[in-house]
Write a protein that binds this ligand. Sequence first.
Ligand code: NAD
Length: 400
Amino acid sequence: MKRQEAMEKAKEHFQRLIEEQLGRVERMKVGEDWLDFSKQERIIIGVVGGDGIGPYITKEAVRVLEDLLAPEIAAGKVELRDVPGLTIEERAAANNALPDDALKALKECHVILKGPLTTPKKGDPWPNLESANVSMRRELDLFANVRPIKVPAEGIDWIFFRENTEGEYVLGSQGINVTPDLAVDFKVITTQGAERIARLAFEYARKNGIDKVSAVTKANVIKTSDGKFLEVARAVAKEYPEIQFDDWFVDIMAAKLVDEKRRKGFKVIVLPNLYGDILTDEAAEFQGGVGTAGSANIGKRYAMFEAIHGSAPRMVDEGRATYADPSSMMRASAMLLRHIGFLEEASRLEMALDICGQHEKRIALTGRSDGATGSEYADYVMETLKDPSLEQRWKGCSSE
Ligand code: NAD
């Protein structure tokens, strides 16, 4: 292709992307109100098993939810509903990352508990579809990815607010090979997108009496888009004078998270999409690995709760799926319970998970046959949940 022709094609491509993004900004400006769960007669929790280890660990989390919500389910106030059509085989057959019927079914639910979904990569036997996770976050406008990490014994109590719909991901499949030698991707940050995630982080801090919020960017190098994110976060911070605000570059933040003295000082952390993706996986390692961490994808109308890890195909190939740790999906379930207003059930589940996974560890998960299965571990959690002295037991563990 001639140089001039390549440039014209690239300009047309860029123009189309900019038009789409300006449309998205307009839609964000209109906004919508938060869904009030206390006003819903029946709350529908959609369940997506997912791929790989997904169905195994999701099944265990559903058992726990069914147990905790048994009275509400029996009274018809809560429904757990399977949402089909989203396995990689089904998405490949529809040649669509988020098939229409599945999206419609998701939209009939209020909240979603989702197992990990495989994203095809080059060399896989499926069409090179967009990540279903990314398209779900976009289609349901789940703009905030909230990931708590707690290791009480080490003084770690962080909650990450990762922007979920912009950054490098919003046009992740729409980069352009201008010529065979020149590949260009795009990063997008909008005032509206940055403001709503910053505000959610500060509101969370205010509601929970937390006195510090830290923003993470690479604004010294990625000056325009990260620069905007930081500028907006600073402006929002001014509305919360009782909360201290500081900002970090992502590289030094990655280092400080492993600095035992320094890391205790971090509390609420707000950051753009890609940095949030990377730092939260790092942070999860302190808590016992990605298998122990849940995450919430929050929008004003919908919310989706999932593990922070993927479908772990290697575990499945090696016949180890039954040994996958379901804690991640149970942590996600606790966040779901909190989101829909079941605060007591949520904290009981969190306490049980702290006891079973971090303190007592009567059953060890190793991801292999020398450890417990996910089902055995779920039994342990459910038995712990039934203990009338759960709170005392948890307090005893936490003060060790
Ligand atoms: P992965 O997170 O699936 O697994 C990496 C390794 O982490 C596994 O091999 C395993 O050793 C360990 N692991 C993960 N979850 C575990 C658990 N519950 N218990 C014990 N060990 C666990 O990472 P990957 O191999 O890079 O991704 C696999 C697929 O998942 C890809 O298709 C990817 O796109 C997809 N993915 C989906 C999501 C999501 O659904 N939100 C997130 C990340 C990756």
